[in-house]
Design a protein around this ligand. Structure first.
Ligand SMILES: C[S@@+](CC[C@H](N)C(=O)[O-])C[C@H]1O[C@@H](n2cnc3c(N)ncnc32)[C@H](O)[C@@H]1O
Length: 472
């Protein structure tokens, strides 16, 4: 036995319970739901926030912070993944998804918010202790301390390839979009670096809430009485709530006389409603109506002209939403649950037809922060036959002299011009109508005759519209 005096043992740190921060825990739960269950953040968050507020320890500021943490983390996931990958010594796919969610939340607080570094790291470590356990919290602590060594610009210089070497990869990392999406958006937008960068930046902004005053049922004057409400930029029926707020609390929205609707969608419905048709103008069709935003505007416009709207939607539960959106419409309408590629109506019955077809939604990335990561290029092949089938039926459903509007909330050329070009070939007795004059006052609509709206140029979703007349 050694007779050396024993070194006094360091007193063990007393165990401290992790601090439960309801905002971070809620944000983590929402990210897990998006990750594990393929949930949509905009559907997962509201019930979580409601429950937290009902429990009493959550106020409006907490709700705003939790929302920002979830949306910001999801939008910037591509950038944060690249940065976190540089701070761990194994491939990211080997990091447990819940650990990665805590790291991404922490990276967002460090690099994408004004939360002080010390608070961001300690809040993330406490979160990790609660949801992952003390062992993995140490790993989180070590990684986030590395992330905290630089700011976002510094990290981007390190992890993004130089623009001159690989422009698309550079933009993908810097603006947090998958490379194939950058490529597709750029193909459609055209032009140089400045335009695509403005677009990608706009995709990372939270869109304003825009309302539509359904004609004959509400006025913009009524909606402009709301807090921080200003007129829309382009649609005479639009009002923007510049500070967000709760649209459901607006009386006209609660009563269905107004709705929440991006101005791009309003412009599409208005352009179709105002396109010149020869002769009769009494029968209108919305062939892909669910959940009913455009149908409700078309229904109100049809009522003003003494026309009837048939709103058709394949999914019965979505047809129910269309019926709800149209209820109280001042003129006649009918809602049917039907497959738009096998119509129950006679060919040539309609004077105006809208097909706002299912698509990848690459034009609405501002609204669905996770969508860009979930979509795959193969999805385009899945939508292609349906988009063509729906446009084919629409062209068969319209009478000679009538007009079809083909709309997507995607600017991907495979979903826009390629579909229209194919169908124009199959229907030689059709021609494109110049849609640009039907969006009066809206600049930067391109060379026509179709129109493509853009978040960075118009403040709208990237809606596409082609107007096609049956001539034969
Ligand atoms: C982009 S959404 C339409 C949005 C709608 N116009 C609005 O403004 O609220 C496309 C809709 O088409 C529906 N759909 C899909 N396949 C269909 C089909 N074969 N026939 C009719 N509708 C279909 C989807 O269920 C979805 O509700």
């Amino acid at each position: 036995m050694s007779d050396q005096p024993r070194r006094p043992r360091k007193p063990a740190k007393p165990y401290r319970r992790p601090q439960k921060d309801p905002v971070r825990i809620l944000a983590f739960d929402a990210l897990r739901a998006v990750d594990e269950r393929d949930a949509y953040a905009n559907l997962v968050l509201p019930p979580l926030l409601r429950k937290a507020r009902e429990s009493g320890d959550f106020d409006a500021r907490d709700a705003a912070l939790a929302t920002e943490l979830v949306y910001g983390t999801l939008r910037r996931q591509g950038t944060y993944d690249a940065i976190i990958a540089a701070c761990v010594d194994r491939p990211l796919r080997e990091v447990d998804p819940p650990v990665l969610d805590v790291l991404s939340l922490g990276a967002h607080q460090l690099l994408g918010t004004r939360i002080p570094t010390h608070a961001a790291v300690s809040a993330s470590v406490e979160l990790a202790r609660v949801v992952l356990g003390d062992g993995r919290a140490k790993f989180v602590n070590a990684v986030l301390r590395k992330v905290a060594q630089d700011d976002l610009d510094g990290w981007l210089e390190r992890v993004a390839p130089p623009y001159d070497e690989d422009p698309e990869d550079h933009l993908a990392v810097v603006h947090s979009h998958p490379r194939w999406v950058v490529s597709a958006l750029w193909d459609s937008l055209g032009g140089g670096r400045a335009g695509i960068e403005d677009l990608l930046r706009a995709d990372n902004e939270r869109p304003e809430v825009t309302l539509v005053a359904r004609p004959g049922r509400a006025t913009t004057g009524e909606l402009l009485g709301e807090e921080a409400a200003v007129p829309g930029r382009w649609s005479p029926y639009a009002v923007r709530l510049t500070e967000g707020g709760e649209p459901g609390a607006v009386a006209a929205v609660a009563e269905g006389r107004a709705g929440v609707q991006d101005e791009g969608s309003q412009l599409v419905a208005l352009a179709l409603a105002n396109a010149p048709v020869e002769g009769r103008d009494r029968m209108w069709l919305d062939g892909c109506a669910g959940p009913g935003g455009k149908a409700a505007l078309l229904g109100a416009l049809a009522a003003e002209r003494g026309a009837v709207l048939l709103a058709s939607e394949k999914q019965p539960h979505r047809a129910g939403l269309v019926a709800k959106a149209l209820s109280g419409n001042p003129g006649p309408y009918q809602v049917v649950a039907a497959d738009g590629t096998r119509p129950a109506w006679r060919p040539g019955s309609f004077d105006r037809v809208l097909v706002d077809v299912p698509c990848t939604g690459l034009g609405a990335l501002r609204r669905r922060p996770e969508a860009r990561w979930r979509r795959r290029p193969e999805d385009l092949d899945g939508f292609a036959p349906l988009q063509r089938g729906l446009l084919r039926t629409a062209l068969e459903s319209v009478r000679v002299g009538g007009v079809v509007g083909y709309a997507t909330c995607s600017p991907h050329l495979a979903e826009t011009r390629a579909v229209v070009a194919d169908l124009l070939k199959q229907f030689p007795d059709t021609g494109l109508v110049d849609a640009r004059p039907l969006l009066p006052g809206v600049p930067d609509l391109g060379e026509g005759p179709d129109v493509q709206l853009w978040p960075h140029l118009h403040g709208t979703d990237a809606m596409y519209l082609a107007l096609i007349r049956r001539t034969g």
